[in-house]
Design a protein around this ligand. Structure first.
Ligand SMILES: CC(C)(COP(=O)(O)OP(=O)(O)OC[C@H]1O[C@@H](n2cnc3c(N)ncnc32)[C@H](O)[C@@H]1OP(=O)(O)O)[C@@H](O)C(=O)NCCC(=O)NCCS
Length: 180
């Protein structure tokens, strides 16, 4: 449906049915890497689960509540980044992301997030972008820090992860700060 070009090597393409197979294979190959921080990995056990996720993502897009994108690096799907449901009343949104283990450490997710933060403020005209990550997920927290987000605080035992409650750190960026 659409692809956003981050640079010559990186595109963010609206998640569609055609990505479901690749998406499942990538999750399956990266199970240990992803399950440490993402609650849905253990329950993603067949392509049907990835197809259902794609379907719900398309529903989100058609309802104008934000969108999920496949991260294509030289046309290969290497991860995902997208907006959680946009709060249009208050013009704010949260960004979520993951990348295959082999593609970490190259700054690709920082570039993808920078693009979607900018898109949120300039194209969607939102006022606030949030990134939340579990306490201890230092690779994830490094992304909002690198992008100049402000640390807001900690939501205690906000998420169930692998049978325990984890605290989430909240980082935010405001439109007026981003534009400066
Ligand atoms: C969180 C996650 C996406 C971070 O991936 P990442 O590769 O560390 O992030 P980036 O792509 O932004 O790369 C940053 C790394 O590339 C390096 N880098 C190289 N070139 C860079 C550039 N031009 N710009 C920024 N960083 C660059 C940085 O130094 C950093 O390396 P370091 O971790 O050794 O310091 C990844 O670890 C992941 O998917 N984890 C599992 C799922 C998860 O936790 N999701 C988030 C839930 S909140």
């Amino acid at each position: 449906m659409f692809c956003l070009t981050v640079n010559d090597n990186l595109e963010l393409c609206l998640l569609e049915d055609k990505h479901a197979q690749q998406l499942f294979e990538l999750v399956d190959k990266n199970r240990d890497h992803l399950r440490r921080w993402l609650p849905w990995v253990d329950s993603t056990t067949s392509i049907k689960h990835s197809q259902a996720f794609v379907e719900s993502a398309l529903q989100q897009y058609t309802s104008n509540e934000g969108f999920q994108t496949a991260i294509l690096h030289h046309n290969n799907l290497i991860g995902m980044v997208g907006y959680h449901t946009i709060d249009w009343t208050n013009r704010n949104v949260e960004i979520g992301y993951w990348i295959a283990a082999d593609f970490q450490g190259r700054g690709l997710m920082t570039q993808a997030c920078r693009f979607l933060v900018n898109y949120a403020f300039t194209t969607l005209k939102l006022n606030r972008v949030v990134i939340r990550c579990a306490v201890g997920n230092s690779k994830s927290a490094a992304i909002p820090k690198r992008l100049g987000f402000t640390w807001e605080g900690i939501l205690r035992q906000q998420q169930q992860l692998n049978g325990r409650y984890v605290d989430l750190v909240v980082y935010s960026m405001l439109a007026q700060e981003w534009m400066q």
